[in-house]
Structure formats: C-alpha cells, structure tokens
Design a protein around this ligand. Structure first.
Ligand SMILES: Cc1cc2nc3c(=O)[nH]c(=O)nc-3n(C[C@H](O)[C@H](O)[C@H](O)COP(=O)(O)OP(=O)(O)OC[C@H]3O[C@@H](n4cnc5c(N)ncnc54)[C@H](O)[C@@H]3O)c2cc1C
Length: 290
C-alpha cells in the first residue's frame, strides 16, 4: 500500500518521490497537469543546472519522467488533489477518496494576476500560442522578472514587435536576459503602470501611466508576467505558511519546493533539495515513532 501521496509533479515533487522510494517507502505522485511543473514554461536552455550545461527544459522533463519510471513510482497525471482530511483521506477533484498516512505537498506557484479594468483582455495564452498568432501589432508585456523577459526575448527573436513595461527602473530578470533584451532593442517603459485595457475593433488599447503622464499602446496582446505566488490550497494545507522554512503545518502534511521557498532561492536545484529534505524528514520521523 502507498504510504505517501506526493502532490505536484514539478522538480520538487519528483525529487521527493524518488527519495522516498530510495529510502524504502512507497510513494505515489499526483499531478493535475503534466510532469514538469514550471519547466513547461522554460523555453530557453537552462544555464545553471550543475552537470547539465544548457539542457533544454523539454529534455529535463523527459529525464524526470524516465527517472520516475526507473523507480516504478506510480504517477497519476491529470489528477488534482483538493483536500486532505483529518481522517487522512486525500480527496481528488475527480471525486476519488484515498487513504494516505502522509502527504508531501509540492504545489509550486501560480501566476499573480493584475486587478484592473479590462483585465479580461489579458491573455491566458502561453508564449508558444502567441507565436502562432497572425498580427502586425505589438505585443505588450508587463513585468520585470525572468518570465516577462524570457517571453519578450522569445517573441522578439521570432521577429514580433514587443513592448515591455515595468513599474520600477530595475529588474529582477537574470542579467543575461537583461543583456539580451538590450541587444534585441526591445523598448522598455520604466516607472510605468498598466491602468486599464480597452478593446477596439482589431486591437486592444492598453492605457498606462508613467510619472503622471498617460500613455496608450495599441497592441494585439497584453501579457502580464508580474510574478508568481504560492499555489497552496487551504484544503490541503490550512495553516499559515512561513515563506522562510518548509514546515510540517499538519502532522501528516509536508510542504516543499517553490511554494515555501523565499523568492530569491526558487530554482530547480532548491526544489530538488527541498524534495530530498522532505523525504528524509519523513523517514526520520517514522523511524523515531516506530
Ligand atoms: C520562465 C521560467 C524560467 C525559469 N528558469 C529557471 C532556470 O533557468 N534555472 C532554475 O533553476 N530555475 C528556473 N525556473 C524556476 C524553476 O522552474 C522552479 O523553481 C521549479 O520548477 C520549482 O519546482 P516545484 O516542484 O517546487 O514547483 P513547480 O515546478 O511549480 O511544480 C508544481 C506542480 O504541482 C502541480 N500541482 C499544484 N497543485 C496541485 C494539486 N492540488 N494537485 C495536483 N498537482 C498540483 C502543478 O500543476 C505543477 O506541475 C524558471 C521558471 C520559469 C517559470
């Protein structure tokens, strides 16, 4: 019988499942989408995974899947966990209820949303989907971090006209992304706040404010990439979560990965490490109480 349900199939959850198995437990992995988590959003080669210079995210996802298979860990893709009850029953969105003595919860992050008039015009599409659109109008990207810059680079490299706007004059994006944006001459409006979006025939008009002046951008698409927030669901983890250290918020639930990492430390290697620590802590706890 499976002893631990690992929820979330990003690098953190996969690492945790592998370590649990290696340490002698029987984990199963639930992933509401596909194995890989945020790796699916990485389109440029990954420069900082030790031992894997410039591996593509696609290749890394394939390797993670193979690794789970090697350890014969049952994986349930397309299965979202929605609650973990006091009687240690995990409830899935499909209605299924399964008993697990322990939960390792690695939900990662969700995109932060912008609450402005016309927010329904903000695209939910991925960069790849936008690349398939046929339009001559620019694409407006809001944000100053890796996700905003990576999208801008990819679109500009595909000869799309891109405008970046950011509320500050410094950026969280990696230095190489910043250099690339400069090299591609992507215009950046700093100290600029998106205020509203209006739809007119054939275009969207993005209204922004920069140092008290109104700016209007006729664009085809508005992408908002203003950061991410922990995707923790109260039914699975009801107690306040520290963003400093991973916690056992309930005796049988362990949170791990990006969802409980401080912003600067969110990365593939920290998610791997977090998965390892969660697995080892669980095993040590079990041995202690045996
Ligand atoms: C554009 C971009 C570029 C990046 N570049 C790099 C880089 O170069 N180097 C680097 O080290 N890191 C990079 N990262 C960060 C790295 O991808 C993350 O730090 C890492 O994926 C975090 O792993 P995780 O397992 O904690 O969370 P995630 O990868 O977010 O995975 C969480 C998974 O849990 C699933 N899930 C959530 N809730 C449930 C539920 N209730 N039931 C079932 N499944 C659920 C989600 O669907 C998701 O698949 C980048 C991220 C992005 C977005």
């Amino acid at each position: 019988m499976a002893q631990v349900a690992v929820i979330g199939g990003g690098p953190g959850g996969v690492s945790c499942a592998i370590w649990l198995k290696r340490l002698g437990l029987e984990p199963v992995l639930y992933e509401r989408g596909h194995i890989g988590g945020q790796l699916h959003d990485i389109s440029l080669p990954i420069p900082d995974l030790p031992g894997e210079p410039l591996i593509t995210a696609r290749e890394l996802i394939e390797r993670l899947k193979r690794h789970l298979k090697t350890w014969e860990i049952p994986v349930f893709e397309g299965q979202e966990a929605i609650a973990y009850r006091d009687d240690q029953i995990l409830v899935l969105k499909s209605g299924q209820e399964v008993y697990y003595p322990h939960i390792a919860y690695a939900p990662g992050l969700r995109i932060r949303e912008l609450d402005i008039p016309g927010r329904e015009w903000i695209t939910q599409q991925s960069t790849s989907e936008i690349l398939n659109m046929n339009t001559d109008l620019p694409i407006l990207i809001v944000g100053g971090g890796d996700r905003a810059f990576e999208a801008a680079i990819r679109l500009a490299q595909a000869k799309r006209s891109v405008i970046l706007i950011h509320r500050r004059d410094h950026f969280r994006a990696r230095p190489d992304f910043q250099a690339k944006v400069q090299q591609l001459h992507i215009p950046i409006y700093v100290h600029t706040y998106l205020q509203s979006i209006e739809s007119v025939p054939g275009a969207l008009i993005a209204h922004a404010e920069q140092n008290g002046h109104e700016l209007s951008f006729p664009v085809s698409v508005v992408m908002v990439r203003i950061g991410m927030e922990p995707d923790i669901q109260p039914g699975l983890c009801p107690l306040p979560i520290s963003d400093v250290v991973p916690l056992w918020p309930r005796a049988h639930v362990r949170c791990l990965g990006d969802a409980v990492s401080p912003v600067p430390f969110r990365s593939i290697v920290s998610a791997y490490a977090s998965g390892m620590m969660a697995a080892k802590e669980l095993v040590m706890n079990l041995r202690h109480h045996a």
